[in-house]
Design a protein around this ligand. Structure first.
Ligand code: PXP
Length: 239
């Protein structure tokens, strides 16, 4: 069974548009959990454009499933993570000018800082996932450096035209098989929505998908609980 990790960043994006307290990402997390989400995900970016330090602390105290903190390897964000101690962190690359995460973390190029961070988090009892492209060299390096989990970047699959998605699915399928063979847990995420989730899961078995923008977008019209429940039902019906 594939679990649903619900990314609530864009509830905070909406809140920050007016600088107030509504809508509250913690309330969204609680509704998501009550509606079938198996974990809550948030990304504390260096520029704090959506989720802020106080949100992470409040989520840690409120979430009853599990909290996964997505982050780049910025020293001040590492300090927050080591202090808050989420169940798991997910390492992503980050550029200030990007609208959203653009690609997988380069485990080869940034081998030293990633290895150091994994050692620090493991010593603190925090699991480490790394967001990577479906690439054999990256997967082998993540394994060598001691990552417990990888999240495969589904953006290229999600952004491909329906008839051109096949090679991307094949790449993801091979990457997931390689990682499982190495004993690494496999998650997937980025760009997944109500139209493309089932085709992915029928082909690529993963233990969790992390989804944010499409659910928050649907929630504007359908309500947060309904939007989460509908996504959960689509995932469950694949098995
Ligand atoms: N996984 C990672 C690593 C991400 O950076 C994001 C976006 O924050 C997601 C999953 C969720 O992507 P989306 O918002 O497109 O569902």
């Amino acid at each position: 069974m594939t679990l649903l990790g619900l990314n609530i960043d864009h509830v905070a994006t909406l809140r920050n548009a007016r600088g107030g307290t509504e809508p509250d990402p913690v309330q969204a997390a609680l509704i998501a959990e009550a509606s079938g989400a198996d974990s809550i995900v948030c990304h504390l970016r260096e520029d704090r454009r959506h989720i802020r330090d106080a949100d992470v602390r409040r989520l840690r105290g409120s979430v009853t499933t599990s909290l996964q903190l997505e982050m780049a390897l910025h020293p001040d964000v590492i300090d927050v993570a080591l202090d808050v101690k989420p169940l798991e962190i997910m390492v992503v690359p980050e550029r200030r000018e990007e609208v959203t995460t653009e690609g997988g973390f380069d485990c080869v190029r940034y081998s030293r800082p990633l290895g150091d961070a994994i050692a620090r988090f493991r010593a603190a009892g925090i699991g480490v996932s790394v967001f990577i492209d479906a690439d054999a060299v990256q997967i082998a390096q993540a394994h060598t450096l001691g990552a417990h989990t990888i999240e495969l970047h589904t953006g290229p699959y999600c952004h491909a035209a329906v008839e051109e998605a096949e090679p991307e699915l094949a790449r993801l399928e091979a990457a997931a098989a390689q990682a499982r063979g190495l004993g690494i847990e496999v998650h997937a995420g980025h760009g997944l929505n109500y139209e493309n989730i089932q085709r992915l899961l029928r082909r690529v078995p993963v233990s969790k998908v992390n989804i944010g923008h499409s659910v928050v977008s649907r929630a504007v019209f359908a309500g947060f609980a309904t939007a989460v429940r509908e996504m959960k039902t689509l995932i469950e019906s694949v098995g």
